[in-house]
Design a protein around this ligand. Structure first.
Ligand code: MTE
Ligand code: MO
Length: 530
């Protein structure tokens, strides 16, 4: 409609989130979204775009790129952006807000997979160097921008809890900290996409999602209050739920930027489940990237359920309706590429996992000539020449979900032909009168393992293509020159948990098109030019 008015962008900016009539720009059009806000399925998050362009947000929430949504928006058209503010028919790039501009600074050693939104893995060396991953090296998985809460206002940060009957109760962070006993729980968070790159590389089949190697997992000590204490205070009947007769089946968590997920009520009320509303990480306030000022921690479950920037909890008879609950974080068979999402359950407890995170080659140990002992069926003692041996040392992590502990880590130096056991570090044992650093009722933390051994020269076979992108392989092979004959062997690791669950041999067998739960034996090729 050419008769509609034209607005300068400066005018649109006055209609921000705090105004009575929030406006947004889409393309070169201006919309008054006041009446849409209460009906917007994503809730108030739409206000994030108010006063500016909605395009960069729809690039994040791609679900909006759909005729149905355009039709809704068109009802709210009030005018156009003034020609003076347009370049090639669109607002100039410098006029469009960057949704990520207030994201925090990040440690340069994190391995960035995407910058906006921020997705970065913990560097391999840091994974096994310490039992508790330092906050600034903890992997980051953000679907959207990092919400900004000022430090000075964090005690007034509000969490609302809504029961099945609609009853609402509100808590400030100050109330949570003062009215409930604080708890510490040491727990791993692992993304369902950890090792996805191994799955696609080893199976030779593409997967959808970020190409994480072994670093979408970290371990920390979390402090907060028990979810079950807060639910009880809000009026939820824990004993009814314990008896299994509550209509409430799920606890839905919502984050400030519209991320959402849920967990079964059974986990939430389990007195040994240790589900926290956490405000502290490794004895420091939660960093912004990890959910400041409040996040859920659901130990033993896939990290997608540990919702950051938590501001709303809903008790419900159904799961969260978010795509991260109903789609995305599910697995299907290797043959299933067009799926009925509802046919598979959402990932909750994690399966058993392990990885090699450091690998060093040491000296060649000289060949030894050893006299053979005379055996019964021999009439002559012979001396045998033992081949030289390549020293090798490795370390890594092993972890299982559901609080199941790791009972054994098996290592092979010859591609799975023979096996030996790695040493499990006693991280959770109290030392010198000091209490154990592991808190909580389950084996929520990883076990770090180390292995020292040697590989006989004749184990190395002629070279068959390396995996130069794997940081572990690259580090191990950095001593090997590119020229000349190479002989390689594959070292690998697998772990077993206390239910005797163990990892699958191949990624091909558990391949799924979303690349979730890549837990096959971690293989690393080691080469020599001897
Ligand atoms: N919570 C919110 N609000 N937004 C998110 O994008 N990502 C989830 C989960 N909680 C996410 C979230 C996913 S998929 C993972 S793996 C973990 O947070 C990552 O937690 P971290 O960044 O602290 O390692
Ligand atoms: Mo994740």
């Amino acid at each position: 409609d050419p008769d509609l008015p034209r607005f300068r962008i400066a005018e649109v900016r006055k209609h921000g989130a705090d105004s009575d009539h929030p406006w947004v720009i889409y393309g070169d059009k201006v919309y008054d979204i006041t009446d849409w806000i209460p009906a917007h399925p994503g809730g108030q998050v739409i206000l994030r775009a108010a006063g500016g362009s909605i395009d960069p947000y729809w690039n994040i929430f791609t679900i909006h790129k759909n005729q149905y949504v355009y039709d809704i928006l068109s009802q709210y058209l009030i005018g156009y952006v003034d020609q003076a503010d347009l370049v090639n028919g669109k607002p100039a790039q410098d006029q469009i807000e960057d949704p990520f501009e207030n994201d925090p600074e990040r440690h340069p050693s994190l391995i960035t997979r995407t910058a906006k939104p921020r997705n970065a893995e913990t560097p391999a060396e840091a994974l096994s160097a310490q039992f508790l991953t330092p906050n600034d090296l903890f992997y980051v998985r953000n679907h959207m921008w990092v919400p900004t809460i000022e430090d000075s206002k964090s005690d007034d940060y509000r969490l609302t809890v809504e029961l099945l009957d609609g009853t609402m109760k509100e808590y400030t962070l100050r109330e949570l900290k003062t009215r409930f006993p604080s708890r510490k729980v040491t727990a791993v968070l692992q993304c369902s996409g950890n090792r996805r790159k191994h799955m696609s590389d080893d199976s030779g089949r593409q997967t959808n999602g970020l190409p994480w190697t072994s670093g979408a997992i970290s371990n920390a000590s979390w402090e907060g209050v028990l979810l079950s204490d807060v639910l009880a205070d809000a009026g939820f009947d824990l004993s009814e739920a314990m008896s299994g007769s509550s209509e409430t089946q799920h606890v839905q968590f919502m984050g400030l930027e519209a991320y959402g997920a849920s967990i079964p009520i059974k986990k939430a009320i389990d007195p040994q489940g240790d589900v926290l509303l956490a405000y502290s990480m490794n004895d420091k306030p939660l960093p912004r990237d990890h959910g400041f000022p409040l996040r859920a921690i659901v130990p033993g479950h896939v990290a997608a359920r540990s919702v950051k920037w938590l501001n709303h909890i809903t008790l419900s008879d159904e799961e969260s309706t978010s795509q991260w609950q109903r789609k995305d974080y599910k697995c299907f068979g290797p043959n299933q590429t067009k799926v009925d999402w509802d046919a598979a359950p959402a990932i909750q407890e994690l399966p058993v996992q392990s990885a090699i995170t450091t690998l060093k080659l040491g000296k060649w140990l000289d060949s030894k000539t050893e006299p053979n002992v005379l055996k019964n069926d021999q009439d002559q003692a012979v001396t045998s020449q033992n081949p030289p041996q390549q020293e090798i040392s490795m370390s890594g992590y092993a972890f299982s979900g559901g609080g199941r502990s790791i009972i054994r880590v098996d290592v092979s130096l010859d591609g799975g032909g023979s096996w030996t056991q790695a040493f499990l570090l006693p991280d959770c044992v109290s030392k010198n009168g000091m209490p154990s650093p592991c808190q909580g009722h389950g084996a929520w933390s990883w076990k770090r393992w180390v292995f020292e051994g040697s590989v006989p020269l004749n184990t190395f076979k002629e070279k068959h293509g390396g995996r130069p992108n794997d940081p572990v392989t690259a580090a191990a092979n950095s001593k090997i020159s590119d020229s000349g004959q190479k002989r390689c062997t594959t070292v690998l690791v697998k772990a077993t948990d206390d239910a005797y669950n163990t990892q699958p041999e191949s990624h091909a067998a558990t391949w799924n098109f979303r690349g979730n739960l890549a837990t096959a034996w971690h293989r690393v090729q080691v080469c020599t030019d001897c």
